[in-house]
Ligand binder design. Structure first.
Ligand SMILES: Cc1ncc(COP(=O)(O)O)c(C=O)c1O
Length: 406
């Protein structure tokens, strides 16, 4: 047994077994992948990859829908359920406080300070909090077709007459920023097809007109390296059940320190108080002085599971996670003669999505079927063998007609 995690606050650190047998086909990684795996790192990536066990015979290429949990996450969840069943668990020490470790680990992934991170149940809640920060009548700029949890809270606020929302194509989002723009709200990686926004251009454009930047990294963090401060991000949301391999119900909101007093803590509860375990009743309103003032009461067991998931992610450095996760989809793109994706999501155009869905099912490949495209997403636990299988199955289905067909 080796322990990778020395930076956590509890003595119940997760240990990763280096000796566990895996059914994964690590030996089949191609040369590039093998080089990545053999590179000198403080941790052997195989010991981390071996913690993930997709069902035998299944090729799981759908982490953009939900990420798979590592074994320590399942062990922690089972332990939490046992403690609940028997009534032996202490709700603060065994469940609630685990989220404080998660806050710290998430900050580590984001390269932010821990006190700039708040604990959320879902991205939509984070977006509603950010929407409250837009000045009256301010303009919110969004890319066309972004995920609804990012944009609906702004559309609801628009309906209430509080702000206006304007759309622009993702490719020219930065150019669409004007002096009337108060906030740009966008995903870093588009959920539908894996396109990546030009973050540098957005940073420059928003700073030029003193607009704020709200970034959703649900389809990015864990794979795409990001230094939130250097990127000029003001607000950031992340659902952790995809690339961070956490249970559903775990999400985060980052708020830059200078803005802690700007959004309204619209869902304030005892958890957002200045003394979360010491004050449960009555007036006055006494919120935390940090981004914890936006915390929302926690779905306990999900957060117990989140901690070992985040610890597992933190065991691999940013660069290694990026290369391990993106190499399989890039390999698939090459095999299908498609442009290489900039993220770990590849959108494969197909002529007949119904037929594609049936063919994938018959081949035991899990990917997402959207209108006229298959969304294939690979994480660091995927191998080249996984995408070789997908390439054989998908090749006859690819739509080779010119992109500007009507
Ligand atoms: C970019 C993005 N943000 C957020 C979410 C999830 O949002 P919520 O946590 O509000 O369900 C998804 C889910 O697919 C997503 O792709």
């Amino acid at each position: 047994m080796i322990s990778f995690f020395t930076n956590t606050t509890s003595d119940r650190s997760v240990h990763i077994q280096s000796s566990r047998c895996s059914t994964k086909t690590i030996a089949n990684f191609d040369a590039e992948h093998a080089t990545t795996l053999e590179a000198t790192h403080s941790v052997d990536p195989r010991t981390v990859i071996d913690l993930f066990t997709p069902a035998q015979g299944l090729t799981y290429l759908d982490s953009a829908t939900y990420g798979l949990p590592p074994q320590p996450t399942l062990d922690a969840l089972r332990g939490a359920l046992d403690g609940w069943q028997g009534g032996t668990a202490h709700w603060i020490d065994d469940w609630d406080r685990e989220a404080e470790v998660c806050r710290k680990l998430f900050a580590q992934l984001l390269h932010s300070r821990t006190d700039e991170v708040s604990l959320m149940p879902a991205v939509s809640v984070a977006s509603a909090i950010v929407a409250s920060a837009v000045p009256p009548g301010g303009e919110v700029l969004i890319p066309e077709g972004d995920f609804t949890s990012i944009i609906y809270p702004f559309l609801v606020a628009e309906k209430r007459g509080e702000l206006t929302v304007r759309e622009a194509p993702l490719e020219i989002l930065a150019e669409a920023v004007t002096p009337a723009t108060s906030l740009v709200a966008t995903s870093l990686v588009q959920s539908a097809d894996g396109r990546v926004v030009d973050l540098e251009a957005l940073h420059l454009a928003t700073r030029q007109v003193d607009a704020r930047l709200y970034l959703d990294v649900s389809q990015a963090l864990g794979v795409m390296p990001l230094n939130v401060e250097a990127a000029g991000v003001d607000y950031l949301a992340c659902g952790a059940y995809k690339w961070l391999c956490c249970p559903r119900g775990v999400a985060f909101l980052y708020v830059r320190e200078a803005l802690w007093q700007t959004p309204s803590p619209v869902a304030a509860s005892w958890r957002a108080g200045d003394s979360p375990y010491g004050r449960f009743y009555g007036m006055p309103l006494a919120l935390a002085s940090t981004a914890a003032r936006f915390d929302v009461s926690l779905a306990w067991h999900a957060w117990v599971g989140a901690r070992p998931s985040l610890e597992t992610l933190c065991a691999l450095d940013d660069d290694l996670r990026f290369r391990l996760a993106c190499t399989p989809v890039r390999h698939l793109a090459e095999r299908l003669e498609l442009p290489p994706p900039d993220s770990s999501i590849l959108s494969v155009p197909v002529v007949d999505d119904q037929r594609a869905a049936e063919t994938l099912r018959a081949a035991s490949i899990k990917a997402s079927v959207r209108a006229s495209q298959i969304r294939v997403s690979s994480h660091f636990y995927n191998s080249i063998a996984d995408v070789e299988h997908a390439a054989e199955v998908l090749a006859p289905l690819v739509d080779r007609r010119p992109a500007d067909r009507t």
